[in-house]
Design a protein around this ligand. Structure first.
Ligand code: ASP
Length: 417
């Protein structure tokens, strides 16, 4: 069996077992002691070990592959040019995503008639200001950046080291050889871990569905399906169109090639933890050169969250409608701008979208407690929007690599089981 088929089988089995356990009362720890024991002591333990093992590889992998990537850029490609193109595409796709979300939400009206009387509590965290985000990109201590897993700071430091290696002549070449070798060892670790993925994703999904089930979706069916529709539309239409316009490549291949990373994103709900798989996928299946992918993928996992922005656009309209409040045109524009900027500087980890949603709501003066209305289905939506988040990273990586003549089209067209 192909590995991605095995992962898919693990996911499906996990969802089925989880739903079965849920039906047997697994969502309430007091109701079924045996199920709770299995979920807490087997599924949760294996699932958590799997995710921390993925996260373990993120910092060393991003650092060494980006040092190698930026050092090997040489004279023919300019780092600044790649960075500007990538950031512009990330911002543009996010702005399109939230605009479509607002438009569709205003047609569907998901929040009309929702009862705001019974809301779960939601603790608001303060979002960083744009100024803080900007200053925070620059590291004062590279080790602290790595310990904290601060992706933007690690990216800046790795590029600096790579560029310095390039400018140091022969000693630089020796250091680069060392980095290339270390990078290969880390890649080997990634492959070792990916081979265990079917078991890891089984446990993650079995636990999640035992706890969640589908009951929460019933009450918020329109909200849930509006988001699922816009997520699918954005990936299938907007990504396909941008890819085709800029590269002439077949968009179906993009999604086929991205499949391993999409499966990981769905199971972990974390663009960050998925970086090792997205990066490997971008290089080995999309055909993007490491000099591009080692920059665009970790950057995208941190700043490019189209799926999250879609949820935020629809959630904003939903909450406004539930509270019977009208949004003006200026407020809509402000939602697009804030949702786009809010994704920068917030790490791609499970549930972060709700924290940035609080920032968007505050910006347009909507009640932040409204988040309590949608929190029940957010865990399931998080899985789906993370898939869109990393698919966008893969699409932009392909476009940028192609524009820099660093895309192996034969690999793009041939891979994809
Ligand atoms: N879980 C998402 C990600 O990692 C972020 C979010 O929407 O909460 O990309």
């Amino acid at each position: 069996m192909q590995l991605s088929t095995k992962i898919l089988a693990g996911m499906s089995a996990g969802i089925i077992v989880g739903l079965l356990f849920n039906a047997l009362g697994g969502s309430d720890p007091d109701e079924s002691v045996l199920i709770t024991w299995i979920v807490e002591n087997i599924f949760d333990v294996i699932g958590k070990i799997f995710v921390v093992s993925l996260k373990l590889l993120v910092v060393p992998l991003v650092f060494f592959s980006l040092v190698c990537g930026s050092a090997s850029m040489g004279e023919d490609i300019k780092m600044g040019q790649v960075a500007i193109k990538t950031i512009l595409l990330y911002l543009l796709t996010t702005a399109i995503a939230v605009s479509i979300a607002l438009l569709v939400a205003n047609i569907v009206d998901p929040g009309v008639g929702i009862n705001t009387g019974t809301i779960d509590s939601f603790e608001v965290k303060t979002a960083p200001s744009v100024k803080e985000v900007l200053i925070g990109i620059f590291p004062d201590n590279p080790f602290r950046a790595m310990v904290d897993g601060n992706m933007l700071q690690i990216i800046v430091f790795a590029i600096l080291v790579g560029v310095a290696i390039l400018k140091t002549g022969d000693p630089g070449k020796t250091v680069l050889r060392g980095c290339v070798l270390i990078n290969e060892v880390i890649m080997k670790m990634v492959f070792m871990l990916i081979n265990l993925a079917p078991y890891g994703v089984f446990c993650l999904l079995a636990k999640l569905f035992t706890r969640e089930g589908f009951s929460a979706i019933v009450n918020l069916a329109i909200y849930f399906s509006t988001i699922v529709f816009v997520l699918s539309f954005h990936a299938a239409v907007i990504y396909s169109a941008i890819l085709y316009i800029f590269t002439g490549l077949n968009p179906l291949k993009l999604f086929k090639n991205m499949r391993p990373a999409m499966l990981f994103a769905f199971s972990t709900s974390s663009s960050n933890a998925t970086i090792p798989v997205t990066l490997t996928t971008a290089r080995n299946r999309l055909g993007a050169d490491n000099s591009i992918a080692s920059f665009t993928i970790p950057l995208g996992a941190t700043v490019n969250m189209d799926g999250t922005a879609i949820m935020q656009g629809i959630a904003t309209v939903f909450i406004a409608q539930a509270y019977g409040l009208e949004l003006s045109m200026i407020q809509y524009v402000s939602v697009v701008a804030t949702a786009t900027l809010a994704s920068i500087g917030t790490a791609g980890v499970p549930g972060v979208g709700l924290i940035t949603l609080a920032m968007v709501l505050q910006q347009v003066g909507l009640p932040v407690e409204g988040i309590g209305l949608i929190i029940g289905v957010d865990r399931l939506l998080d899985m789906l929007r993370t898939v869109v988040n990393i698919s966008g990273d893969g699409m932009v990586t392909t476009v940028v690599a192609s524009s820099e003549k660093r895309l192996d089209r034969a690999v793009f067209n041939s891979s994809g089981d």
